[in-house]
Write a protein that binds this ligand. Structure first.
Ligand code: ASP
Ligand code: MG
Length: 321
């Protein structure tokens, strides 16, 4: 079986974590699978790189910003290959352009338009784990582009689709997709599975578990995404097409810190629920500033300092009642 595994920055933040991630890919390889490992930049290194440019000028050239930001993933890929080799495996690192990931020329927000994975296939045929940089691509003009913050998920899904992978596994520091971010809402429950549409709506409303474009791309290609923890073994969550009767009435809640908006997502979410939630918030001293419902989601804006209590309250009234 062909497996694409993607590791996020926190899964690569130090040598011990890197070794753990390398061990996961190596284990999949040793079970006889062909493995493509997609890596993000380690820890907060993308932020640090961008800050270094902004310390020089308020308006860095977008082309050079991409050239700079892409180095984070390149370091991760080389280090991952070195780490796999040190553990006795065979691996080869490939940058976006080496891997044949082609995008439009929009610096900082490029879209993948084509994958020509000849060198990945070469590496796989040689029995190597192909370690590919996430987040970056190359434009028709031969320029390095990046796919927008969090874009490594999209790289992984695009590769899985292009290679016809049987599995696309995204490893992160949470053990799956929850009804709300468990770090903010302790009562949040792990979802065994979630429909593409609900996941996309959550991702677009501020849930940072998966990059929105990766979910849209996975849905378009019918690529199931499995979200797993690189720290704790477990079943994780699967994002896929669910039949209507499998789809829960409400999938989850999330918040957008910038807009100070709480969103609930699911097939049964509508105006009645909005009215009810606005009542619950008011009873608890939170003034809903603006609310709207439709298309499988409802959104309530509150004052920024009420956002987290509003999120917890919304979750409690939907899932913990
Ligand atoms: N390193 C990039 C970022 O921090 C891409 C990613 O992590 O997916 O946004
Ligand atoms: Mg991410």
């Amino acid at each position: 079986m062909l497996i694409v595994q993607k590791f996020g920055g926190s899964s690569l933040a130090d040598p011990e974590r890197l070794r753990r991630a390398a061990g996961i890919s190596l284990e999949a390889r040793r079970r006889g699978n062909r493995v493509v490992t997609v890596v993000s930049a380690a820890g907060d290194s993308t932020d640090e790189l961008l800050e270094r440019a902004r310390a020089l000028t308020r308006h860095p050239d977008p082309r050079e910003l991409d050239a700079l930001a892409a180095t984070g993933e390149q370091q991760s890929a080389a280090l991952m290959a070195i780490c796999i080799q040190s553990l006795g495996g065979k691996a080869r690192s490939l940058t976006g352009w080496q891997a044949g990931i082609l995008s439009d020329p929009r610096h900082g927000d490029a879209r993948i338009c084509l994958v020509v994975p000849a060198r990945i296939e070469q590496a796989l045929a040689a029995g190597e784990i192909a370690v590919v940089t996430g987040f970056q691509a190359v434009s028709p003009q031969g320029e390095i582009t990046t796919l927008g913050r969090g874009g490594s998920d999209t790289s992984a899904v695009a590769l899985a689709a292009a290679l016809g992978a049987e599995r696309c596994e995204i490893y992160t520091d949470v053990d799956g997709i929850y009804t709300a971010d468990p770090r903010l809402v302790p009562g949040a429950k792990l979802l065994e599975q979630i429909d593409f549409r609900d996941m996309l709506a959550l991702a677009e409303a501020g849930s940072q578990v998966l990059h929105p474009r990766s979910v849209a791309l996975a849905e378009a290609n019918g690529t199931e995404i499995r979200l797993l923890s690189s720290f704790r073994p477990g079943p994780g969550s699967v994002v896929r097409n669910l039949a209507e009767q499998e789809r829960p009435p409400i999938a989850g809640v999330t918040r957008d810190a910038e807009k100070s908006v709480v969103t609930a997502v699911g097939r049964a979410v509508g105006p009645d629920m909005l009215e009810h939630l606005e009542e619950v918030l008011k009873e608890n001293g939170i003034v809903p500033l603006r609310g709207e419902a439709g298309g499988g989601r409802l959104q309530i804006q509150v004052a920024p300092d009420r956002l987290l209590p509003a999120l917890a309250l919304t979750h409690r009234s939907i899932f913990e009642a």
